[in-house]
Design a protein around this ligand. Sequence first.
Ligand SMILES: Nc1ncnc2c1ncn2[C@@H]1O[C@H](COP(=O)(O)OP(=O)(O)O)[C@@H](O)[C@H]1O
Ligand SMILES: [Mg+2]
Length: 295
Amino acid sequence: MKTRVIQDVQELDRDASALDGRSEASQHSPRSIEKEQTMATVAVPAPSAVDVPFRGPVVSAENLRRRYGEGDTAVDALRGVSLDVAQGALTAVMGPSGSGKSTLMHILAGLDKATAGEVTLAGTAISGLNDNELTKLRRRHIGFIFQFFNLLPMLNAEENVVLPLTIAGEKPDKAWIDELLKSVGLDDRRSHRPSELSGGQQQRVAIGRALVSRPTIVFADEPTGNLDSKTSEEILGLMRHSVDAYGQTTVMVTHDPRAAAIADRILFLADGLIVRDLGRSDAHAVLGVMEELAQ
Ligand SMILES: Nc1ncnc2c1ncn2[C@@H]1O[C@H](COP(=O)(O)OP(=O)(O)O)[C@@H](O)[C@H]1O
Ligand SMILES: [Mg+2]
């Protein structure tokens, strides 16, 4: 039985590498390492700007284009998108259906290739990487949350949360897993399988799974798109908590103004272009921009 599960995990790894986490983990999170480096730099007076540690964006995109198909039926899903995602912030990406939100997220996460342009993930330009290198980079740096949860039905809640570490052959740190399960509100559901959990609880498992490897960045594609409004609110609270409590850099695609209202920054896509870039805004203001852009 155990062997079968492991086999399934490996198949899943091949088929949906988005679910996996960091493979060659250090004992420290990238954040804590960076903090130490920063402090060391502060203690020793820097003679020149060259010695200042790299504080660039976690992910940046330069003039991304993505064309699906060819000839008359070609669709330009992205038509020149550039952006920087700041560390420790929650960025929402909004826009009508078909505006290119999922395409952008998949390309930022290295799951799809741009037709033109460049993505830099944690300081590495990804266009020159082969599939193997890209998978490794993704495992180290990216966590994913999907609209339909994408949990493994034969694994219980805790096993699903730990899955990215299992795939990477890492031994989970018990204290961290306990803390994480508590923080996502699953402490008393750890041995339940997905079929025994509500939609909201399943999404809590998916959030735990995205956070377990302490990724550099979490991408969430419509994380509340399949939940009722009360459950959505709880899940959004949890997303916000992971940013505030763990400094978890997060990019969340949504078309719900209430979801965008928890973000530090809100990007609006229309027709494959970023057409508006807002700071913190309430749902009413977001709705106003959506209506304005729809005209
Ligand atoms: N695999 C694909 N093949 C062809 N067209 C696609 C594919 N994926 C997306 N598109 C098209 O690209 C555009 C943007 O899609 P998508 O990124 O899914 O938008 P959103 O997530 O904002 O709804 C749409 O016109 C969509 O039909
Ligand atoms: Mg989409």
